[in-house]
Design a protein around this ligand. Structure first.
Ligand code: ADP
Ligand code: MG
Length: 313
């Protein structure tokens, strides 16, 4: 295959701190993302994009909650699919426009993606991922009883639903995605970590109410496709050890062994940077050439080896 890269877009490629989440705000970030990725496309890379969906699926769940006496609320897997559609459309259209203006003829397509998880994954017995709106104590107790949800108290904010975060095993639509990539299509897939599904004994799939870590799914998709590079874009140019402390040190190039040592020493934020470093390790341990963690604005420079943190075997 021609050189290929999977870019896992972080939250700030769609929304930034303090914003409300209007269509205009999100589209302006997507446009900027497309402009940054254009340079990589012009470099001759085949491109696969994945993205988060935290604020968007949160908004869908809140809308469900507000409208629940008028319209039936949808389960989390269906809300996840809805978010893949709305975000996928914004990315698909703005990438199309950037390519059109640059006179590059390349189709862009979003694939609604299901990701297989194991129904016996230990995560199902221990839900940890908070999602959706905050509730008062009374409502929270009612939801636990009537819906069977697990609720946790988040200090000063109220009660929130937590769902399992199982490990992604494989991407259900990987062959379709591969065909598209080989035909030089820019593919958007696995939004929000993908829609988690389990396989029944007769081979059919059932959606489950869970959230898969988006960076881990990106690593699995990258391996499924045999992509060379996994680039995880977030809001820092490089990862650091002793992050936020006075002896903070940014890392340029590390091995998987070093990364694992730093993980064990607790250098990376639990729900933020640690899963990204784990995803990077998983990718290179399973056939990927290198993983890069950097920011959107530095993506092209990092690909040229001038910044970012590079993780190799
Ligand atoms: P996403 O871009 O996917 O939304 P997150 O916001 O969850 O990503 O994670 C990125 C954040 O992780 C950074 O903004 C940074 O504040 C934080 N972080 C935690 N530990 C580290 C570290 N050791 N080095 C760099 N950033 C870190
Ligand atoms: Mg974030």
């Amino acid at each position: 295959m021609t050189k290929s890269i999977l870019i896992a877009l972080g939250g700030n490629a769609l929304l930034q701190a303090g914003e409300k989440g209007t269509d205009k705000e999100q589209l302006s970030h997507v446009r900027e993302t497309a402009a940054c990725c254009l340079k990589i496309i012009q470099d001759g890379y085949r491109l696969i994009l994945t993205h988060g969906n935290g604020p968007q699926v949160g908004a869908i769940l809140l809308k469900n909650e507000i409208a629940k006496n008028t319209l039936p609320p949808m389960p989390l897997d269906i809300c996840g699919a809805e978010s893949q559609g709305l975000i996928g459309y914004m990315i698909q259209r703005e990438f199309y426009n950037v390519l059109e203006i640059s006179k590059i003829s390349k189709p862009v397509a979003c694939i609604l993606t299901q990701v297989l998880v194991n129904s016996h994954d230990p995560a199902f017995a221990n839900p940890t991922k908070p999602i959706g709106p905050f509730y008062k104590e009374e409502e929270s107790k009612d939801l636990e009883k009537k819906q069977g949800w697990t609720m946790v108290y988040q200090h000063g904010k109220g009660f929130r639903r937590v769902v399992p975060s199982p490990i992604p095993i494989t991407i259900v639509e990987k062959e379709v995605i591969k065909d598209l990539i080989e035909n030089d299509v820019i593919v958007i897939a696995c939004g929000g970590g993908g829609i988690p599904v389990i396989r029944e004994s007769n081979g059919t799939l059932t959606g489950v109410e869970a959230v898969i870590d988006k960076d881990r799914t990106a690593a699995v998709l990258g391996n499924n496709l045999g992509v060379d590079i996994l680039m995880i874009l977030t809001d820092v140019d490089k990862i650091a050890i002793n992050f936020g402390k006075k002896d903070q040190k940014f890392l340029d190039k590390i091995t998987v062994a070093e990364a694992k040592k730093y993980i064990a020493e607790g250098h990376f934020g639990k729900g933020s940077m640690e899963p990204k470093v784990q995803a990077a390790c998983h990718f290179v341990e399973n056939g990927g050439k290198k993983a890069i963690i950097t920011s959107l604005n530095k993506s092209k420079m990092a690909l040229d080896g001038l910044t970012g943190t590079i993780i190799t075997l």
